[in-house]
Design a protein around this ligand. Structure first.
Ligand code: IMP
Ligand code: MG
Length: 176
């Protein structure tokens, strides 16, 4: 699998423009003197989190969480691989995710953050694969809604590759 088999779905320029809009919206919604705790879901949210928080004017604290699905296990059962470290102190948390597909991962992360002491959890996702949703999850900020196709780049991987592409791309269908 090489990069020439990947078509640009969302360009770097489109991502830049949308992130500026999203950051403005988040700033508008957080005008209190409280800092905003931003928790990125590893590893896919790496670039999204970095580029988003640099556009925010509200003071932020940054932490990470990670979950993964057990191979061959029941759908929706996820293993918690990393919990946040900073003290949430009953403050609101912004959960920053790369993509919401079935919804199971983000639901598991919401539980982790709630157990860790978040007063509330607002979900902020770069991509929402709407047609793939299997369970209802509340999303406060969405970058782009996309169709049910496998995407890579800007943090998203195919077997750990292509995370570093500066755009979101879709893998071309096999021919013949
Ligand atoms: P969900 O639990 O089905 O919502 O899956 C969400 C997780 O699966 C995301 O955080 C990604 O890590 C991964 N994922 C889902 N769709 C894609 C995709 O199209 N490309 C790369 N990773 C994906
Ligand atoms: Mg992910």
């Amino acid at each position: 699998m090489t990069e020439d088999r990947i078509d640009v779905l969302i360009s770097q320029a489109e991502i830049d423009t949308r992130l500026t809009e999203m950051a403005a919206e988040i700033d508008r919604d957080h005008t209190t003197s409280d800092t905003l705790i931003c928790v990125g879901v590893l590893k896919g949210s790496l670039f999204f989190l970095a580029d988003l928080v640099r556009r925010l004017r509200v003071p932020v604290e940054i932490d990470f969480a990670q979950v993964s699905s057990y191979r061959g296990s029941v759908r929706g059962r996820l293993e918690v691989k990393r919990r946040p470290e900073i003290d949430f102190g009953d403050r609101p948390v912004l959960l920053v995710e790369d993509i919401i597909d079935s919804g199971y991962s983000v639901a598991a992360v919401i539980d982790v953050l709630t157990e860790h002491g978040a007063r509330s959890v607002d979900v902020c996702t770069l991509l929402d694969k709407v047609p793939a949703r299997e369970i209802d999850v509340p999303i406060r900020y969405t970058g782009f809604e996309i169709a049910d196709a496998f995407v890579v780049g800007y943090g998203l991987d195919l077997a750990e590759r292509f995370r570093n592409l500066p755009y979101v791309g879709v893998i071309q269908e096999e021919e013949g």
